[in-house]
Design a protein around this ligand. Structure first.
Ligand SMILES: NC(=O)C1=CN([C@@H]2O[C@H](COP(=O)(O)OP(=O)(O)OC[C@H]3O[C@@H](n4cnc5c(N)ncnc54)[C@H](OP(=O)(O)O)[C@@H]3O)[C@@H](O)[C@H]2O)C=CC1
Ligand SMILES: CC(=O)N[C@@H](CCC(=O)OP(=O)(O)O)C(=O)O
Length: 348
């Protein structure tokens, strides 16, 4: 069995610690390098005691050394905050180019063209050369280009859940008669582990509210992922639960398509290892996908409003981050896409 040496930059963060869990359980990957800001170093299980059963497999966490990552790893996942992550991913890719090191960046830094990134993220983008080096990594859309990529920009969590809700419509997306509305709700781990006042239990508990309305940075990412043919209205809302994203999408599809919609979703989803179209009438639950790389989808034509309703649920840390990153790694190394990702959900 192949033994690919993996580095994880940011293993003490939420996405990074989920990567540690998935890589440790993957039959072809072994953890060889863990690095962070220098704030938390030494044994990872000293910072994250739930990882103690993996202690023998965990290299110590070190302050990041780009050269070491590039020289000792075959594959590096970079899971740092946006603004920092893409630069580190690019530096490792450059430094490890001669060795053919593969890099997957989980942040938003390499996903968008320069002007779009600067508008929506409000900070300077990386150089064009860095942006051009990365392939967008939504396997259900980009499988062929991911296979021979060296740098992959892993999609955003909301962008993944929204795009997967409507991608099965394919060329019908060109025929929508108005904007596609995505009403999206996320668990709080989507905001990262660094403490912030609005993430305290006292603020978050018993509440649900929209945030960054009209300004969310995943809006242009969704438009690009679904082909920029349709305008998108995205509402992001914070849920008082740790993990999971639920999206309700409203699609103004020409009504003559309604009788064919379920079959269209069926034929798309049955080719995809991680998309599960639910039986008609059944609705997705975030609890049914948490801890997995799955996306559960339900579709319903509403005759009164003449809108297609699509519901999708993912784990923001699974298909929305670490799971999708491992799926992309499987593609980049030519392995079965499901390798290391046949996971049972955490219902409770
Ligand atoms: N959380 C989610 O659901 C999703 C996250 N993402 C993206 O993944 C990335 C990571 O997110 P998340 O895990 O939530 O973030 P966290 O804030 O939970 O973790 C950030 C990690 O980055 C490390 N870090 C911070 N600054 C530096 C630095 N200058 N040099 C080296 N290490 C540093 C921290 O390590 P230390 O302990 O050493 O400070 C920590 O391990 C982000 O870009 C995010 O947008 C994408 C999709 C979903
Ligand atoms: C709940 C919550 O706060 N979620 C985050 C998801 C961020 C994310 O994934 O950011 P990137 O675009 O950098 O990947 C948010 O809405 O910003």
């Amino acid at each position: 069995m192949t033994n690919v040496r993996v580095g994880i930059v940011g293993p003490t963060g939420y996405a990074g610690m989920e990567l540690v869990r998935l890589v440790a359980g993957h039959p072809r990957l072994s953890l060889s390098y863990l690095a962070g800001s220098g704030a938390r170093t030494g044994p990872l299980d000293a910072h994250l005691p739930h990882l103690r059963p993996l202690a023998d497999l965990l290299p110590p966490v070190e302050p990041l050394d780009v050269r070491k990552a590039a020289e000792t790893c075959d594959l590096v996942f970079v899971a740092l905050p946006s603004g920092e992550s893409g630069r580190v991913a690019w530096d490792i890719a450059q430094s490890g180019k001669a060795r053919g090191v593969k890099v997957i960046d989980l942040s938003g830094d390499l996903r968008l063209p320069k002007d779009v990134y600067e508008t929506w993220y409000g900070r300077p983008a990386l150089p064009e050369e860095a942006l051009a080096s990365a392939r967008y990594g939504l396997p259900e859309r980009d499988r062929a280009s991911i296979r021979d990529a060296h740098v992959v920009a892993n999609p955003g969590c909301y962008a993944t859940a929204c795009a997967l809700a409507v991608l099965p419509l394919g060329e019908w997306l060109s025929d929508v008669t108005g904007p596609i509305i995505f009403d999206a709700k996320s668990g709080v781990t989507g905001a990262g582990r660094a403490p912030k006042p609005h993430l305290h239990l006292g603020e978050l508990a018993n509440d649900v509210y929209p945030y960054r309305v009209g300004l969310h940075q995943h809006t242009p990412e969704i438009e690009r992922a679904i082909g920029e043919r349709a305008r998108v209205l995205l509402t992001t809302q914070l849920l008082p639960v740790p993990r999971g994203i639920l999206v309700c999408a409203y699609v103004p599809l020409p009504p003559d398509r309604a009788p064919m919609v379920y079959d269209r979703y069926t034929s798309f989803c049955e080719r995809e290892p991680f998309l599960r179209l639910l039986p008609e009438g059944e609705m997705p639950h975030i609890k049914a996908v948490n801890g997995t790389n799955e996306c559960h989808i339900a579709v319903r034509w509403d005759e009164r409003s003449r809108l297609l309703q699509v519901f999708s649920a993912i784990d923001n840390l699974g298909k929305g981050a670490a799971g999708q990153a491992v799926q992309n790694a499987n593609l980049m190394f030519g392995w079965p896409e499901t390798e290391g990702l046949e996971l049972v959900p955490l219902w409770m």
